[in-house]
Design a protein around this ligand. Structure first.
Ligand SMILES: Cc1ncc(COP(=O)(O)O)c(C=O)c1O
Length: 469
């Protein structure tokens, strides 16, 4: 197709006009004898040249516009898309020797990212209110509201808002006195924040494999990984699917272990009619911008234990004594959330049901698009009684090269995301996996996430369907 947009510098104005007429793009990219692009000419340029008396048989080379927007074949689609606007509707894509290898145009290639926050409720109103109140640091009504309302939503007594989901896990571990000499069991399929938090508190992570159907930590593998040093388990409700909390809590109770639920990807999910986040000693959530609800950056710890609530609050605020200001009982952290962040979170929480419903609908739309495509396999619901939420729509790619598919969609302006790599596959973490994790390895290689956000429109689904075809 790109050939239809090319002409040579020796071509006449007439020939150039014919090429423009055939390609119906209103433009040609002009190349020299080395096939390097030297400039471009639009149909408007030719009209002006003719009005100025230039003859139709003159060579176009003398009249090209040598200052033109272009992209390189190494640029990512998002950066390329940014170069287009109302004026520049089509740009050439050049390789390192300035030869035209492709082009990018407005209209048929709108960029569809994998995630985008939906901020169409009271987010702006509450944020402005927080700003005008001048309570822009870590005190203010929105912090209290977020802590109370989110813990109530999840069915727990206490909520401690923090600056992000990673420090929420770290704070939880420290509050439970997990440290050097202790082992903490975690799944192989998770975002690195889970393992990093364990390492940051000086404990030893023990990576175990996931369940083939739920992609969550496999309770049988937890059993196998227990040692006399095991102090805690961090189940991760990955991609919105609740872990088998019945089995996990029973192991923990049996062995006297702490459970920290990492719910960063599963706001609103349920196990046996109870919200995730209400099972563990402490649970943690992330409110990063790609999460189900967001504060921009932010997180929260939930607990039903009043002593842990106090400890988490104190550690969040430099270990400062709560009744004697500037008196420090232990070495703590500044892990506080700002009132500005919380104001967005409160507005998001007002819309969580609507957001979750929309995400379900989106999953349904993908299932319809790919219903006749046996290579795209969606996850079944867990066998246990649970309510899965859609963080990012997931599927496994069977019998096709997953990475090739991602590249192909990317070239068409649609972002698909591969699943997390197994932690155990990375050099810095591999030594923490006592046993191989073949299930994670398999799922990780096949898994993709589809664009999942409230504002996905028909035109986006049409674009995705077009790529599929
Ligand atoms: C499973 C999991 N845990 C923890 C985190 C960390 O959250 P944050 O990015 O807010 O630090 C994330 C988020 O990316 C996550 O997906």
């Amino acid at each position: 197709m790109v050939n239809k947009l090319l002409c040579k510098e020796q071509d006449s104005l007439l020939r150039t006009l014919q090429i423009i007429n055939e390609n119906a793009r209103g433009v040609v990219f002009v190349t020299n004898e080395d096939k390097k692009m030297i400039g471009l000419v639009t149909d408007g340029d030719i009209r002006r040249l003719l009005l100025d008396g230039v003859q139709l048989d003159e060579q176009i080379g003398a009249h090209v516009n040598r200052k033109f927007a272009f992209a390189r074949n190494t640029d990512n689609v998002q950066d390329i898309a940014r170069k287009l606007d109302d004026r520049v509707k089509i740009i050439p894509i050049l390789d390192q020797s300035d030869q035209v290898i492709d082009f990018y145009e407005i209209g048929n290639k709108s960029y569809v990212p994998v995630a985008a926050p939906s901020l169409k409720g009271n987010e702006f109103k509450y944020l402005t209110d927080a700003l005008l109140s001048t309570w822009i640091s870590s005190k203010g009504k929105y912090i209290n509201r977020l802590e109370n309302e989110f813990s109530e939503y999840c069915g727990t007594q206490y909520g401690i808002a923090v600056s992000n989901g990673t420090v929420a896990i770290h704070l939880a571990l420290v509050a439970l006195n997990v440290g050097p000499g202790d082992e903490v069991i975690i799944p192989d399929l998770t975002f690195a924040a889970t393992i990093n938090a364990v390492l940051h508190c000086g404990a030893t992570p023990v990576i175990v494999d996931i369940d083939e159907d739920t992609w969550c930590i496999d309770p049988a593998k937890i059993q196998k990984a227990l040692t006399s040093k095991t102090k805690a388990i961090i189940p991760v409700h990955v991609y919105g699917t609740p872990c088998d909390m019945g089995a996990i809590m029973s192991i923990a109770q049996d062995k006297g272990l702490y459970v920290i639920e990492d719910c960063a990807e599963a706001h609103g999910a349920e196990f046996e009619g109870k919200k995730v986040g209400s099972f563990g000693d402490i649970s943690t959530f992330s409110f990063f911008a790609n999460k189900i609800i967001t504060c921009g950056e932010g997180g929260i710890c939930l607990t039903n234990n009043s002593e842990l609530d106090k400890r988490l609050r104190k550690l969040r605020d430099h270990g400062m004594n709560t009744s004697k200001r500037y008196w420090h009982d232990e070495v703590g952290y500044n892990y506080r959330m700002t009132n500005l962040q919380a104001s967005i979170g409160v507005a998001q929480l007002e819309r969580i049901d609507e957001i979750l419903e929309r995400r379900n609908e989106i999953k349904g739309q993908y299932q319809t698009i790919y219903q006749n495509c046996k290579e795209v396999v969606f996850q079944n619901k867990p066998k246990y009684d649970s309510k899965t939420v859609v963080w990012l729509v997931c599927a496994l790619i069977e019998g096709k090269d997953r990475d090739e598919m991602i590249e192909h969609y990317k070239s068409e302006g649609v972002e698909l995301r591969p699943f997390f790599y197994p932690l155990s596959a990375m050099e810095i973490y591999a030594k923490y996996a006592p046993e191989p994790c073949p299930v994670t390895e398999k799922i990780s290689q096949k898994g993709i996430n589809f664009p999942t956000y409230n504002e996905l429109e028909k035109k986006h689904f049409n674009a995705i369907e077009k790529v599929l075809k």
